[in-house]
Design a protein around this ligand. Structure first.
Ligand SMILES: [Zn+2]
Length: 316
């Protein structure tokens, strides 16, 4: 089975909402991403995002609760390994032990951080290595894609980028406003990536990336994490695996075959691409890709590009 790295899921948000939810039996029924399906799909690395649902307090305390859930309910599962540094990435993606799944902690939207740098430093100690400054709305750091005024990074947002670079946290541009994307490109001195966004040329949604943005991600040797959110894959739906392949083909056409990755957004969506509704179905995508593309490219998209990006850019 081919190994897979997935750049985004929302398991921790479901756990924040309902503390009975478990990654494995008995209470995994509400999850797309379960321990069994991670194994079934050959997921060698899964990124777990902390995103604070609207009904919960946007405070550092809520983020610490999410990080604690990551430690107590994800990392305690059999075969699950914390990924913080290049050696961790190698141990889960080199293929030497296919029974392992690496778990990497990310933050989607910094509103709950409230500009508290101590909380950022503490979360870093708890494993945080990837950070998207915004979700769809504006916050103290940046505007998201849903903010009509379309602002970019604030002064505090630029400081956030600098703090992340100092700590060794990589910046995720998914959900950033267009202005925010280009401000980030200007402010960043390290490679950045998109964890779960598609091509806007193919599917016109502000959550998707313009061709220029995709070229910028390629130019910094970043990643374009294509996502399985049906309404970011194609409109009108329903979306199919073939539609996902069209996204892949488009990024290849822009010269991005060494920068394509996947970020499913499982557990963050209510509807799914047909035949791609949980990590156990990744092999169906792999089979469709392998029918059309060289094996080496497909391996790169499924995990090799993520492996290279993380081993190059995470710190020992
Ligand atoms: Zn998202």
């Amino acid at each position: 089975m081919r190994q897979v790295a997935d750049l985004h899921c929302d398991v921790l948000s479901k756990m924040l909402r309902d503390d009975k939810v478990t990654l494995g039996p008995p209470n995994d029924g509400k999850l797309d991403v379960t321990l069994g399906r991670l194994r079934q799909g050959g997921i060698g690395l899964q990124v777990f995002a902390m995103w604070v649902p609207d009904e919960l307090a946007k405070t550092p305390e809520t983020l610490l609760r999410a990080a604690e859930l990551f430690w107590s309910k994800v990392l305690t599962c059999e075969g699950m390994r914390l990924v913080r540094k290049p050696a961790d990435v190698e141990s889960v993606l080199s293929g030497t032990d296919p029974g392992l799944t690496g778990a990497l902690l990310s933050l989607e939207g910094v509103n709950a951080l409230q500009g508290q740098w101590w909380a950022l430093r503490l979360l870093h100690r708890l494993g945080l290595r990837l950070l998207g400054p915004t979700w769809n709305h504006a916050n103290w750091a940046c505007d998201g894609v849903g903010e009509p005024r379309g602002g970019g990074l604030t002064k505090a947002g630029r400081q956030l980028v600098a703090e992340c670079e100092k700590l060794g946290i990589l910046i995720d541009v998914s959900h950033l406003s267009d202005r925010g994307f280009w401000d980030l490109a200007d402010a960043a001195s390290r490679p950045f990536f998109a964890s779960h966004s598609n091509s806007r040329r193919l599917c016109d949604n502000p959550r998707n990336l313009t061709d220029d943005q995709i070229r910028a991600l390629i130019a910094v040797d970043g990643l374009v994490g294509l996502t399985f959110v049906p309404y970011f894959v194609t409109v009108p739906g329903p979306a199919t695996i073939d539609d996902v392949l069209r996204q892949v083909e488009h990024v290849c056409g822009l010269g991005g075959e060494r920068h394509i990755a996947f970020g499913s957004d499982f557990d963050g969506i209510e509807v799914h691409v047909q035949g791609l509704s949980h990590p156990g179905e990744y092999p169906a995508l792999a089979e469709a890709l392998i029918r059309r593309y060289p094996e080496a490219w497909v391996k790169g998209w499924l995990s090799g590009n993520v492996r290279r990006f993380l081993t190059t850019n995470l710190r020992e």
